[in-house]
Design a protein around this ligand. Structure first.
Ligand SMILES: Nc1ncnc2c1ncn2[C@@H]1O[C@H](COP(=O)(O)OP(=O)(O)OP(=O)(O)O)[C@@H](O)[C@H]1O
Length: 235
């Protein structure tokens, strides 16, 4: 069974179609990159997947059900969507304690995750005083704190320094090696090529879904070149 399934997912905002008839699946243990230019509908698709918006037509499911219908979603699905914001007066530790409580996890998990994402030294600083990259790490920590089977991450490498990006890549690979599944959106094509097993390219509609090897002819072509061929042909 697929971990994520979009079936004819369509979202309109008034007259504008943000996502049109999107169908693809994500299998367990895979890292899948959702790619597309600005405004292609990536965030809309991810929001629809976690029940933050309702599709106009079609559906998006996790573990065979709508997100709202799965039991203990916080322990099964870790979500970090760009721009959801934080309560800036809280500290990372406090924020993660709330996330842990929501996911039904023990408080002890918070310090483990702070350590894991490299935020232990700023755990008691106000979130408003953290750098962009530190906030990005905190968003990831919030997704990880429930110890989920599936990670849904919108632009997780944004704002990370090279060391942070390398850490993220390694983390996601070991997560997938342990059987976890990742669906992430990205603009960073070179980085994506080093991170993902499969690629889904959208520009309102699906342009490609398959393995990275299929898209790049087994690595003979660059992901960036193939990406621009696809999106320029469907402008
Ligand atoms: N709440 C909204 N109301 C109206 N239109 C919206 C809304 N949210 C998104 N859109 C429109 O839907 C389209 C898809 O937006 P979306 O944010 O999903 O794209 P994206 O691929 O995530 O873009 P980016 O790479 O810039 O983050 C865009 O044209 C956007 O303007």
């Amino acid at each position: 069974m697929s971990v994520v399934a979009f079936e004819g997912f369509t979202k309109r905002y008034g007259e504008q179609v943000a996502v049109d008839d999107l169908t693809f699946q994500v299998s367990p243990g895979r890292i899948v990159g959702l790619l597309g230019p600005n405004g292609a509908g990536k965030s809309t698709a991810l929001k629809g997947l976690v029940g933050l918006l309702h599709p106009t037509r079609g559906e998006a499911r996790v573990f065979g059900a709508r997100y709202a219908d799965i039991t203990s979603p916080g322990r099964r699905v870790g979500v970090h969507l760009d721009g959801l914001g934080f309560e800036t007066a809280l500290t990372p530790r406090h924020h993660l304690r709330i996330c842990a409580a929501a996911a039904g996890q023990a408080r002890s998990r918070v310090d483990a995750v702070l350590e894991e994402v490299g935020l232990a030294s700023v755990a008691s600083r106000a979130i408003g005083r953290l750098s962009t990259g530190m906030r990005q790490r905190l968003g990831l920590a919030g997704a990880l704190v429930g110890d989920p089977e599936l990670l849904i991450l919108d632009e997780p490498a944004n704002g990370l320094d090279p060391e942070g990006i390398r850490w993220l890549r390694g983390y996601l690979r070991s997560f997938a090696d342990r059987g976890g599944t990742v669906l992430l959106s990205s603009h960073q094509l070179a980085e994506t090529a080093q991170t993902v097993d499969e690629v889904v390219v959208i520009r309102r509609r699906l342009l490609f879904a398959g393995t990275l090897g299929e898209l790049t002819d087994g690595g003979k072509r660059r992901l960036e070149d193939r990406f621009f061929e696809l999106v320029d042909n469907h402008a």
